[in-house]
Design a protein around this ligand. Structure first.
Ligand code: GLY
Length: 326
């Protein structure tokens, strides 16, 4: 029964950290927190935690949330000094009567909870921002400007967490197209049948300072209801936020849709609600209380990392709605 699924191949290492906990009877809540913490600490993941690309002012801000049920959820956003937003969010859930803390006060709350401050801006992210700031533009994430000339490493993405190697063309439909993109969203079910989920992100690269996306907002980047299922989203948060994407997917499962039917219907809602541009990507994963799960994306290139009794693997989604160029 235990299972952990997470967005993007870079999350394999997080799943692998969490798996021994799940395999030995540990809780899904601990597993999703540990999974995100591993990815937060990885300097080579440039869309989460240390290594995350900064906002337009050159400062990193981190967002995250964690959820067991509508009555047990927590969130922290716009953190500038603490590396693990999910751990801050868990303390909001467990030690306050609130759901969400933001900004400098969330950092001060984390201080009071004994969580250490740390530098969030990696040298590589700083250098990337310095290059970007000489000619600031809104990054078109479908073009992979900052990684032109990179290709997936030999053996495929995810093998050691490095997705890219230098000086080779990227393959059409490959995950590298969505470099800088995006959130780790992770869903787990433990041996007791408890569902939990968490999200962690540095948000959109070079965002307007103060911008917060879907990831830390309950119902948008993540939703978990033990009576219906769990879902999490990755990609352009602004597209998820307009349709309450994760809540919608879980509600559709509650109404009897399978995980893949629920995800496709949610992505269809996004497609019909916006004038999508080629750089728009949203992908989602969903998990039902009986362990059935699915992954789907608007466009090619998404991967889901899975860990269960059968081992660790990185898979293509079950459904992709749009061709790359539409
Ligand atoms: N999905 C992450 C964000 O838009 O910030």
């Amino acid at each position: 029964m235990p299972l952990i699924i997470s967005t993007w191949s870079f999350s394999s290492r997080g799943n692998d950290t969490a798996w021994p906990m799940l395999a030995s009877g540990g809780s899904a809540l601990d597993a999703v927190e540990a999974c995100c913490a591993t990815v937060d600490a990885a300097p080579d993941v440039d869309s989460v935690g240390y290594g995350g690309l900064p906002d337009a002012s050159g400062r990193v801000s981190l967002d995250g949330c964690i959820m067991l049920s509508p009555a047990r959820c927590g969130s922290a956003c716009a953190l500038r000094h603490h590396l693990h937003p999910v751990s801050v969010a868990r303390r909001v859930m467990e030690r306050t009567s609130h759901v969400m803390l933001a900004g400098i006060d969330a950092d001060e709350f984390a201080d009071l909870q004994g969580l250490p401050r740390s530098e969030l801006l990696s040298p590589e992210a700083k250098a990337a921002w310095e290059t970007w700031s000489t000619k600031p533009t809104v990054i078109d994430q479908s073009r992979d400007r900052l990684v032109a000339g990179l290709r997936p490493i030999d053996g495929g993405p995810g093998a050691d967490g490095r997705l890219f190697a230098a000086n080779a063309p990227r393959a059409s439909g490959s995950e590298d197209r969505w470099k800088h993109h995006d959130t780790i969203g992770t869903l787990a079910i433990d041996s007791h049948g408890t569902l939990a989920g968490a999200c962690s992100t540095s948000g959109m690269p070079y965002k307007v300072p103060g911008r917060v996306g879907d990831s830390p907002i309950i119902g948008h980047g993540l939703y978990v209801d033990p009576t219906a299922g769990a879902a999490t989203a990755t990609g352009a948060g602004e597209l998820v936020m307009g349709v309450c994407g994760s809540f919608l997917a879980v509600e559709l499962m509650r109404q009897g849709r399978s995980p893949i039917e629920a995800l496709v219907a949610t992505l269809e809602r996004i497609r019909s609600s916006y004038e999508l541009q080629p750089h728009h990507q949203v992908a989602m994963i969903a998990l039902r209380p009986d362990g059935a799960w699915a992954a789907a994306a608007l466009r090619p290139g998404f991967r889901v990392a899975v860990r269960d009794d059968a081992g660790s693997r990185v898979l293509e989604p079950d459904a992709t709605l749009l061709p790359e160029s539409s």
